[in-house]
Design a protein around this ligand. Structure first.
Ligand SMILES: Cc1cc2nc3c(=O)[nH]c(=O)nc-3n(C[C@H](O)[C@H](O)[C@H](O)COP(=O)(O)O)c2cc1C
Length: 231
């Protein structure tokens, strides 16, 4: 792995000019909708062991109707991309610590964007996108029935600045790390979740009004398991 990273550094040196063509708007994770709010402090001391969580994780596609509290959504964001040291490193590894991923959550009322620095969130009212996500996911109806769909996107230009032509591959791999962290956190919280790769990226990007250069990599519907629904 050390050798392949050395090769990547060489590739980066050879293709350094690519960085200058990157749209500046997508090089940094930043606020887009206006004011942001601080999320509740993430829980770093859950009681389930890693081995228990690994044993229990299962893709689940049936959800109770109850909404997820903001603290829970924040905990899922943190598990995927939370900042965990003073240098700004995160819960998920990132090639060259470029952190090209962005995280969103879509509920029946709100569109949320995670700001890892300071564990913050910006949000805007949105009561149409969730219902349209199932169609964009080739009519996988459970996508629209989840109280929240977490979305992982990749801003390839951040990684391209360092690694040139292999940026796409690296960013895709990072999405896997972040998605698994999120799924394990959901399991630890007793939530139901599933990774969804079957969707039309261009349609979802349009629904979320993503800026140019940001690609949708994963959808992750999350909710309480259907069996916890009241009578
Ligand atoms: C890259 C990827 C894409 C996936 N896409 C979908 C999907 O579009 N729809 C779906 O219902 N499940 C999807 N899954 C979930 C798999 O169906 C599931 O992981 C598999 O059946 C194994 O079950 P488990 O996750 O419970 O271990 C996807 C999983 C991965 C890793």
């Amino acid at each position: 792995m050390a050798r392949s990273l050395a090769v990547l550094v060489m590739v980066a040196t050879l293709t350094a000019g690519c960085a200058s063509s990157a749209p500046t708007a997508v090089l940094e994770s930043s606020q887009r909708f206006g004011d942001s709010i601080e999320l509740p402090t993430p829980d770093r001391s859950g009681s389930a062991t890693l081995e228990q969580v690994l044993s229990q994780r299962r893709s689940q596609r049936e959800y109770a109707s109850d909404e997820l509290p903001l603290a829970t959504i924040g905990q899922l964001f943190w598990a995927a991309q939370g900042v965990t040291d003073a240098a700004g490193h995160r819960t998920s590894p990132s090639a060259g610590a470029a952190y090209p991923l962005e995280l969103y959550a879509v509920s029946a009322t709100t569109f949320m964007h995670y700001l890892p620095t300071g564990h913050r969130l910006e949000q805007r009212p949105d009561d149409t996108t969730l219902a349209q996500l199932a169609a964009a996911a080739f009519d996988q109806e459970f996508v629209g029935s989840a109280p929240v769909v977490m979305v992982i996107t990749g801003t390839w230009a951040r990684t391209e600045a360092e690694y040139g032509a292999v940026a796409d591959d690296l960013v895709n791999r990072e999405a896997g790390h972040a998605a698994q962290n999120l799924l394990l956190q959901a399991t630890a919280l007793g939530l139901a979740a599933v990774p969804v790769g079957g969707f039309d990226p261009a349609t979802v990007a349009r629904l979320l009004a993503l800026p140019p250069g940001e690609d949708v990599l994963y959808l992750l519907p999350v909710g309480h398991p259907a069996s916890s629904d009241g009578p």
